[in-house]
Design a protein around this ligand. Structure first.
Ligand SMILES: [Zn+2]
Length: 348
């Protein structure tokens, strides 16, 4: 029975299943470590700040690179970025596509933080938990990587999941990454930047996506995906030209290169924006989880998922089944379709 279920579950990349498979517990763990609410495993001190001027900045990079995705089979690359006399680090996960001639899709978030709006904040010593801005985007991107990796047939396009450094200092990490790609003659199919994606005070689950002219169609497609892929978010596309442009996050270097750069966020900003009060209590875990699921489902769909091999009834057990969230929803769905008896409440 199990083999049959796996054949059906692995038949085709299923966006709604991916969107529904985002795991709030994994996301919470990442958020808690990044914001100092939980200790990095084996370390005596919490991460108090991810500002490039704070000593905990490099500890956060090490945790992300070495431990955040441990046990998933995914490896993060780390690329040094030197700007303005600072040593910064971009981190990322590459899911190589079957056709290296196709431009990749990018899902990205900045991992650095700041608290410049707090009076007397000292970047070298002061706390900057940056929970909403932008541990939320980092946690969503890490979860999207886990979800996309469960599609073992892979994708025709390469997918780059990137955590940029130095955004708060002037988009240093994303500018460096785009510059490097352009210098090598490369390009991207598009980039979706999550920044920030944690604030949902009205429980309305709206995700705003700002775009320029080049990204209008992609933004509309992402908004449609919010409706068709499920996941419980209303995605609203906005032409940034209507309010004078949007160059304030890591999507901007992509747009300046002439590529699609979408900026998704939970606007407006909370009053804790860029303060040391941007703690985990600002973040709606359910909202972040929905953003992670939808982002993974949409980026996966845009990256041309490959069909499962031997899908016509030959058992193709997924070697990762049981260790990832992706199979659970399919199995539940199929169990329901197959009419597995459900316990009924006794009457009287
Ligand atoms: Zn930000």
């Amino acid at each position: 029975m199990t083999g049959v279920l796996l054949v059906v579950a692995a038949h085709a990349f299923d966006g709604p299943t991916v969107a529904a498979s985002a795991d709030a517990d994994r996301i919470y763990h990442d958020l808690a470590v990044l914001t100092g609410e939980a200790l990095p495993p084996g370390q005596p001190d919490p991460i108090l700040s991810r500002s490039a001027f704070h000593p905990d900045h490099d500890r956060a990079a090490s945790w992300l690179a070495e431990e955040a995705l441990a046990g998933t089979g995914l490896e993060l690359w780390a690329e040094p970025v030197h700007r303005a006399g600072l040593d910064l680090t971009n981190l990322g996960i590459t899911l190589p596509g079957a056709d290296p001639d196709l431009d990749p899709w990018v899902l990205a978030a900045h991992w650095d933080s700041t608290a410049t709006a707090s009076p007397d904040w000292d970047p070298e010593t002061g706390p900057a938990p940056g929970a909403d801005d932008n541990a939320s985007g980092v946690a969503a991107t890490l979860e999207a990587a886990r979800l996309l990796a469960t599609w073992t047939p892979g994708f025709r396009r390469t997918i780059q999941l990137i955590l940029f450094d130095g955004e708060e200092l002037g988009l240093y990490g994303s500018e460096a990454w785009v510059d490097s790609l352009r210098a090598s003659g490369g390009a991207v199919a598009g980039a979706l930047v999550l920044d920030p994606v944690g604030y949902n005070p009205g429980d309305d689950y709206v995700l705003w996506v700002s775009h320029d002219t080049a990204g209008a169609d992609a933004a509309a497609a992402f908004a449609d995906a919010g409706a068709t892929l499920g996941g419980g978010l209303s995605v609203v596309a906005m032409d940034a030209a209507l309010w004078g442009g949007d160059t304030r996050s890591d999507h901007a270097p992509f747009q300046q290169a002439g590529w699609i750069g979408l900026h998704a966020g939970s606007f407006p900003q909370p009053r804790t924006y860029h303060t040391s009060e941007d703690t985990l209590s600002v973040v709606d875990l359910n909202y972040v989880t929905r953003v992670a699921g939808l982002s993974a489902a949409w980026i996966g769909s845009m990256s041309e998922p490959l069909p499962a091999a031997g899908e016509a009834g030959v058992p193709q057990p997924d070697p990762r089944c049981g260790c990832q969230g992706g199979s659970g929803a399919s199995l539940l769905f199929l169990a329901l379709v197959a009419g597995v008896p459900r316990r009924r409440r006794r009457r009287g």
